[in-house]
Design a protein around this ligand. Structure first.
Ligand SMILES: NC(=O)c1ccc[n+]([C@@H]2O[C@H](COP(=O)([O-])OP(=O)(O)OC[C@H]3O[C@@H](n4cnc5c(N)ncnc54)[C@H](OP(=O)(O)O)[C@@H]3O)[C@@H](O)[C@H]2O)c1
Length: 274
């Protein structure tokens, strides 16, 4: 099995830290061999960014894969997320680090604004002050919720991770985050798989000589978001990483933009799950 050179496509966050623009997401991969394999393949294939969460239950496998890969810790960007059903982001960060087997994560996010957008933020700042994480941010926050956090924060969030794809374009959220120096991370960029079968996406992919997944991921890159597709298949993990060697034209981008079903919303979610 060949390995590939490390991915060097980095984006600077507002706090000065750098994040690889492509990461492997591991939601819904059970803790155990399947998760270890997926993360090891990604690292072999040049990925340097893994996105996990306390709620995913697989931090242990992410940590094991990182260790087994032999890739130095400081070359890999690790994100985990505070599960807001518990109360203490500091204590939960300590537990995450124990499960991951590392001394710090690169990014710690509030997974969703359960109980309101601001209550957990002081704990997130404390986790950062303790050295448990380099950067802090949020996930599933609307522009209005970002403003509430910023109004009370000593250290502002540098990331908002939201559902984002041509079908969930959320243009006002992307613009609003940008105006606040908050980078958008695109989750479910393939629609958890369901956008891959869309006829318009398939037609465009055939026209540009790429796969539907590559076209959807490249659209996220050209929207200046960070993108974290999930797969448990080596060939797909590789396919999803080949998105920096082609460009979608302005016309291709406009065609994909037009698939938006959110009405260019500034909201992170159409329906809340908590
Ligand atoms: N913050 C949040 O609340 C939140 C919510 C959702 C997701 N996320 C993050 O975002 C990541 C990605 O989102 P997601 O897991 O919803 O799904 P996704 O990346 O949009 O799509 C993953 C699905 O597409 C399939 N797939 C991947 N690459 C493919 C390819 N090249 N060809 C054909 N099929 C392909 C995968 O199947 P196989 O695995 O079988 O290959 C899987 O079923 C998550 O893993 C997680 O890290 C965060």
């Amino acid at each position: 099995m060949s390995s590939r050179a490390p991915d060097k496509h980095l984006r600077q966050l507002a706090d000065g830290n750098q994040i690889p623009q492509l990461g492997l997401g591991v939601w819904q991969i059970p803790n155990g061999p399947m998760c270890v394999k997926a993360v090891r393949w990604a690292l072999e294939l040049g990925y340097r960014h893994i996105d996990t969460a306390q709620a995913y239950g697989n931090e242990e496998s992410v940590g094991r894969a990182l260790k087994e890969s032999g890739v130095p810790r400081d070359e890999v960007f690790i994100t985990t997320k505070f599960w807001p059903g518990s109360r203490d982001p500091v204590a939960e960060a300590e537990r995450s680090l124990e499960r991951l087997g590392i001394d710090f994560v690169d990014l710690y996010l509030i997974h969703w604004p359960q109980g309101g957008p601001t209550w957990a933020w002081p704990g997130m700042e404390q986790a950062r002050a303790n050295g448990y994480t380099r950067s802090i941010g949020v996930s599933n926050f609307d522009v209005r919720e970002l403003d509430e956090v910023i109004a009370t924060a000593a250290v502002a969030p540098v990331v908002d991770q939201v559902q984002f794809s041509p079908f969930e374009y959320r243009r006002k959220l992307l613009d609003g985050a940008g105006e606040r120096a908050i980078a958008v991370e695109a989750y479910s960029p393939l629609g958890t798989g369901r956008h891959l079968g869309n006829r318009a996406v398939q037609r465009l992919a055939a026209r540009v000589g790429r796969t539907p997944a590559q076209v959807l991921l490249r659209w996220c890159v050209q929207q200046n978001t960070i993108v974290i597709p999930k797969s448990t298949h080596r060939d797909r993990i590789e396919e999803n990483s080949r998105i920096f060697d082609f460009t979608l034209s302005a016309e291709d981008m406009a065609e994909l933009d037009a698939l938006d079903e959110t009405g260019a919303t500034d909201r992170a979610l159409e329906e809340k799950w908590w």
